[in-house]
Ligand binder design. Structure first.
Ligand code: FE2
Ligand code: FE2
Length: 396
């Protein structure tokens, strides 16, 4: 998973409201209230508060799936064993970060590092902003495993539960763990970025957590992960393409191999949702519409480096400008999922279900139209310093 820049977030001023991040004001004190960061004497504040408070500012809804539906997931145990676990790769057949990195035990280590650094010199700063943002997103993996384990009926109840759902979640996490590892080690060796600032960003992000508003509801959770896996597939695929264009075939290979994992994960998660559509079309179409109304918040949208309150927006703006992950991709993913789950062809829905179906099917062209209009109005972005790059200026 991991995620990925949310362009809508980025350009909150330029993009239509549906495309903005979920920032709803709190109405009732009984709900958990998360604070936002205030600017100003932040350094002082941070010293007083060694851990960042959660920065989410919307209502936190829990356990929205009717309890009886937990049975659906129990009854799908064997199905998941035969249809989902097959998308995991045996560890012995998996690539490892070391396959793509200089071998520290070899005599040629220094030479290989030198070559890696020479190649990195040809790559522009804006590319590094995106690659660092992608790496930070991947490195917040504990948050994503936590998120999956919030879901009723599929969570890993013990930490080593033998259910198919729990096996999937642990093995998925183990596969994902290689993504941050590989990118982290590459960035460490390349010498182009401020590792300490990046490491602080990772620590802040894991401490912040995330609330993708999946409400302990596996319908919402698997729709969310389907979306995210495809988003990361697109994003890593594009960083691979750009690395190739900058003449770094080895880096292209690294990003490409990560993209291939994301694709496999997307296949698994979309298959789960496809099955839910088969068993419970009404419940699933309502969940899909609900998730899309709330917008898919990006896993790393609470990113912070101790300096820049809008770090995620800035990273996303660079990703948008380079075409690594754009507002158009959001519409494309949406359209892909509508087609993948054959939402248009659903029959026998309730009145509410039909409304949700209509809403979903009309959404991709609507997003696209609004996005095109917003792009037409978009102005040239300024250049700002990124702590990840020793405060070098990068154009947004
Ligand atoms: Fe993934
Ligand atoms: Fe990943």
């Amino acid at each position: 998973m991991a995620l990925k820049p949310n362009l809508f977030h980025t350009q909150a001023q330029k993009l239509p409201s549906f495309a903005r991040p979920p920032v709803t004001s709190l109405r009732s004190p009984k709900f958990f209230m998360a604070s936002t960061l205030s600017s100003g004497s932040k350094e002082v504040e941070n010293l007083k508060k060694p851990f960042m408070p959660p920065r989410e500012v919307h209502l936190q809804v829990t356990h929205s799936m009717p309890p009886q539906k937990i049975e659906i997931f129990k009854s799908l145990e064997d199905w998941a064993d035969q249809n989902i676990l097959v998308h995991l790769k045996p560890v012995e057949k998996c690539w490892q970060p070391q396959d793509f990195l200089p071998d520290p035990a070899s005599d040629g280590f220094y030479e290989q590092v030198k070559e890696l650094r020479e190649r990195a010199k040809e790559i522009p700063d804006d590319y590094f902003v995106v690659l660092v943002g992608d790496m930070v997103t991947e490195e917040a993996l504990p948050t994503y495993q936590t998120m999956l384990n919030t879901l009723d009926g599929v969570r890993d109840e013990t930490g080593a539960s033998p259910t198919s759902w729990a096996i999937w979640t642990r093995a998925w996490t183990a596969e994902e763990n290689r993504h941050g590892d590989l990118l982290n080690k590459y960035l460490y060796l390349c010498g182009r970025v401020d590792m300490k600032q990046i490491e602080k960003t990772i620590q802040y992000l894991i401490g912040s957590g995330m609330d993708p508003r999946t409400e302990n509801n596996p319908y919402l959770g698997f729709i969310y992960t389907s979306f995210q896996e495809r988003a990361t597939f697109i994003s890593h695929g594009n960083t691979a393409r750009h690395a190739k264009e900058h003449g770094d075939l080895k880096l292209a290979q690294m990003c490409g191999i990560i993209a291939a994992d994301e694709k496999r994960h997307e296949t698994a998660y979309t298959k789960i949702v496809e099955k839910l559509f088969e068993i419970d079309p009404d419940g699933t179409v309502l969940a899909f519409a609900d998730m899309m109304r709330k917008k898919i918040s990006m896993p790393a949208h609470l990113m912070y480096d101790g300096h820049d309150d809008n770090l995620f927006e800035h990273f996303s703006a660079v990703a948008q400008r380079l075409g690594v992950y754009t507002a158009r991709d959001y519409a494309d993913i949406m359209e892909f999922l509508v087609g993948r789950w054959k939402v248009e062809d659903l029959t026998g829905l309730s009145g509410e279900g039909r409304k949700a179906q209509e809403y979903i099917c009309g959404l991709p062209p609507r997003i696209r139209r609004l996005e095109e209009r917003a792009q037409g109005r978009a102005k040239e972005g300024p250049s700002i310093p990124f702590s990840w790059l020793f405060d070098r200026q990068v154009k947004l």
